[in-house]
Design a protein around this ligand. Structure first.
Ligand SMILES: Cc1ncc(COP(=O)(O)O)c(C=O)c1O
Length: 317
């Protein structure tokens, strides 16, 4: 169970965690008709700060548009809701989960007059693939489940129902003793993990795939591409075949929850001696410094939680 926190922002109100309930006949429960975000807040020397908040909120609205889910709040209001809920719950480090979904009205697949409801929760969530995984690397397996084609789902939308595919893949991987699944796309190229993008490193070149590979366009992926450029590391965006992956020198996952998680092996075939590679470690260190506000060059990616501002804005409403 997610670690509870005290309060949740729900349709514009701050309410106790236990009271943030919806009806069992809500459209989202039956058809997965919701879009959501996963955002992280980290401690910095100036207090907690949310990483790339505006980019996540922008993606939430784009995901909504792809499904015609019109969010009845402005991006600014939801940005503020994220800051407010972290602050009111008193977190330094936490995960933030905004979700917009069709609520209770009709049970027809066409949502007709179903209201769009919006919640923003914040709670503590430790290393997604475990402390050992993020430190020493994870063992992954190529999933028998494939990502659906771009003609079946807009893969670049972060939509609730699309995660059934991820759930099947990660359950299968865990049952077979692996830490995480790697899904191929319909063309047989590498797509992504159940909740992460993938990078490989070959001859000092950092390689990842693009939108055509049926992936979520991860904000951490985009961050790493930017960092590679800034660190003068060559980056290539191209389809990745299974052979390219198996012959790579290093591989790592990226994601808000997974951060930079080294991959030790694929289907029991290790990368090198199975320990995290040099470029993976360089990028990971850079990323950790940035999210904890230790790198001035990237402070624009942080939304500092200024306690007084938030509390004043709550009082004045
Ligand atoms: C399927 C999938 N791919 C990739 C990612 C990484 O995206 P981001 O870096 O924006 O968290 C996620 C994480 O939410 C995901 O669920």
């Amino acid at each position: 169970m997610a670690d509870q926190s005290k309060l949740i922002w729900f349709n514009g109100e701050i309410i106790p965690w236990d009271e943030a309930n919806i009806h069992v006949m809500s459209h989202v429960l039956h058809y997965g008709s919701g879009v959501f975000e996963g955002i992280k807040c980290y401690s910095t020397e100036n207090g907690p700060a949310i990483f790339r908040l505006e980019d996540h909120i922008e993606r939430l609205f784009i995901s909504g548009e792809k499904y015609g889910i019109i969010i009845p709040f402005t991006p600014n209001e939801l940005t503020k809701a994220c800051v407010e809920i972290v602050d009111l719950n008193g977190f330094e480090n936490c995960y933030i989960r905004p979700i917009a979904f069709y609520g209770y009205d009709t049970l027809g697949v066409h949502p007709k007059n179903c209201p769009v409801e919006v919640a923003v929760a914040s709670f503590f969530w430790g290393a997604y693939l475990g402390e050992d995984g993020i430190e020493n690397g994870v063992d992954i397996t190529v999933s028998p489940w494939k990502r659906l084609s771009l003609e079946a789902f807009p893969s670049s939308a972060k939509a609730s129902g699309q995660y059934l595919n991820s759930m099947l893949a990660v359950k299968d991987a865990r049952e077979r003793g692996y830490d995480e699944a790697l899904l191929l796309n319909q063309e047989g190229f590498i797509a992504e993990g159940s909740g992460q993008n993938i990078f490989i490193v070959k001859d000092n070149k950092v390689i990842t795939n693009g939108e055509n590979a049926s992936i979520l366009m991860g904000i951490t992926r985009e961050t790493i591409i930017q960092l590679c450029k800034d660190m003068n590391l060559e980056v290539q965006i191209t389809d990745i075949s299974k052979d390219m992956l198996l012959n790579a020198d290093e591989a790592f996952f990226t994601g808000t929850a997974s951060e930079i998680t080294p991959i030790s092996s694929v289907d029991d075939a290790p990368f090198g001696d199975g320990t995290p590679g040099i470029i993976t470690l360089q990028l990971k260190e850079k990323y950790l410094n940035i999210i904890h506000g230790k790198d001035n060059q990237y402070k624009h990616w942080l939304t500092q939680i200024n306690q007084e501002d938030v509390l004043n804005s709550v009082v004045s409403e």
